[in-house]
Design a binder for this molecule. Structure first.
Ligand SMILES: CC(C)(COP(=O)(O)OP(=O)(O)OC[C@H]1O[C@@H](n2cnc3c(N)ncnc32)[C@H](O)[C@@H]1OP(=O)(O)O)[C@@H](O)C(=O)NCCC(=O)NCCS
Length: 221
């Protein structure tokens, strides 16, 4: 992919250019706003409980999750990694990526289907982002970084050149990864942490410099 990749409207058999979102909370409200900025015809929220639609752009619809046809492509609009994974298992048809028009995407960047790149993100040359990720508001992902599937980079995360984050990992708001460090699958990086060394799969690290939490040690990592 070169330059700014195309932003895409998602289509299903029932609604023209409708974006099907699984989820109806705060994260979904930001994605619905992105869809509005992209000029999409409509957003359908699929969720168990009827949300307060006043929190969403005019025209947003709600339908019960039980009625969702698993063959329709959906964007998982829930922030929690475990819920996202569960929902993707239940509704395997993945959409294209959704990229906010304000995001800057460099040369050679690859973005997986179902991934959301939110307002103000910067993804530099040759970075590779897996499927179903969230690059939340204002993330910086530098050149040659690799981010695995279903990983959530919270708002303001900064990954220096060549850093790697595994799949199903969560990097907390404002955290920093120094050049070339790796964070393993399923790991959690606490808000504001500075990761100076590789982080093992499944552990939680916090602080500056980032260290494994006592709970992580107690679980045997
Ligand atoms: C790291 C994190 C996952 C730990 O959560 P937790 O397991 O529930 O941990 P607790 O809140 O019980 O805190 C355990 C200890 O770690 C400390 N701690 C928690 N988060 C910390 C952080 N980010 N940096 C430094 N210390 C932290 C707590 O103060 C506490 O210390 P104490 O035992 O001395 O009182 C969580 O605090 C965090 O940072 N999450 C990121 C949230 C985020 O960015 N969300 C973005 C949504 S868009």
């Amino acid at each position: 992919m070169t330059g700014r990749p195309p932003t895409v409207a998602l289509r299903n058999s029932r609604d023209s250019a409708a974006l099907n979102l699984v989820g109806a909370g705060g994260h979904a409200s930001v994605i619905a706003d992105m869809a509005r900025c992209l000029g999409m015809a409509g957003v359908v929220l699929w969720a168990d409980d009827e949300p307060d639609l006043r929190r969403f752009p005019v025209g947003t619809l709600w339908r019960p999750l039980d009625e969702l046809d698993a063959s329709l492509p959906v964007l998982i609009a829930v922030g929690t990694i475990e819920t996202r994974a569960r929902m993707r298992e239940r509704f395997p048809a993945v959409t294209m990526p959704l990229i906010d028009p304000s995001a800057i995407i460099g040369h050679g960047v690859v973005v997986g289907n179902g991934t959301t790149i939110m307002p103000g993100c910067l993804v530099n040359a040759n970075a590779r982002i897996g499927e179903d990720c969230i690059l939340n508001t204002g993330c910086i992902v530098e050149h040659d970084c690799v981010v695995g599937a279903n990983t959530h980079l919270s708002p303001g995360v900064r990954l220096a050149g060549g850093a790697k984050v595994g799949s199903a990992a969560h990097v907390g708001i404002g955290a920093i990864l120094l050049p070339g460090v790796s964070v393993g699958d399923g790991a959690v990086v606490g808000a504001g942490a500075v990761v100076t060394h590789d982080v093992r799969a499944g552990v939680t690290v916090v602080g500056v410099p980032a260290r494994e939490t006592v709970a992580s040690h107690a679980r045997g990592g």
